[in-house]
Design a protein around this ligand. Sequence first.
Ligand code: SF4
Length: 269
Amino acid sequence: MSDPRGRLATYLDQRRRMGEPGVMPAELAPGELLALLRTTAAPASGRRREAGGQGVVPASREAESAKGNAAGGSASPFPLPEAASADYRALREMALACTRCRLAEGRRHVVFSDGNPAGRLMVVGEAPGAREDATGLPFVGQAGKLLDLMLASVGLSRSDSVYICNVLKCRPPGNRNPLPDEIDACAPLLKRQIDLVSPEVLLAAGTFAARWLTETNKPLGKLRGEVYSYQGVPLVVTYHPAALLRNPGWNRLCWDDLQLLRQVMDGPS
Ligand code: SF4
């Protein structure tokens, strides 16, 4: 196995199976984590792109729908044209030419997805940043490498088992937070994307994805630690990797979330 991420995944998975709890990245010093990030390979260029028993909490259980955010199961004020949502290819083509909100004006690329549409896990992040806008791929740069490391720690990789996208497909200027009307406009794409990819499990990375998928306005810290159901798909919530880079003290909590995710993916033992 020549792929460094593959070797790292195997190593971390072996340690996890041996019952060692702190393999990533909770007990790493910042320097160690950065060294790991530097030695973790960039996403493999040859991967396939863009091919066409837990206690589960229902996502809308509290009727605390995210105001103005066209939350997960809710009807959108901006429905998709029927032809655009016929299949995955049509949806992607529609997204790549989308002008449904103001973010179309300043973007360089629409960032639709990365990873394997046939993967078991679908990760939903927030919105593209500068590097994502420049490359057209979600989760690149340091946050993307950390996401790859997080996934590797539980034996997952965007090269085979994971599909990745964001709530917003275009970069908000200056990396500001998404606005409610932008989420309203873009969420139907995500909703249809989830329908078409049909993942076994969802991972919400960050506040905006977690709120939209759980249909609440709760802070992320209060959403973590439970398994939700988005339209029947088990959903786990964790911090966005960019937030982890800013707050290394949350690494331990993220590790717990990843263990929960792994348990959901492994099913009842
Ligand atoms: S953010 Fe979404 S809705 Fe807005 S232009 Fe981009 S793809 Fe369209």
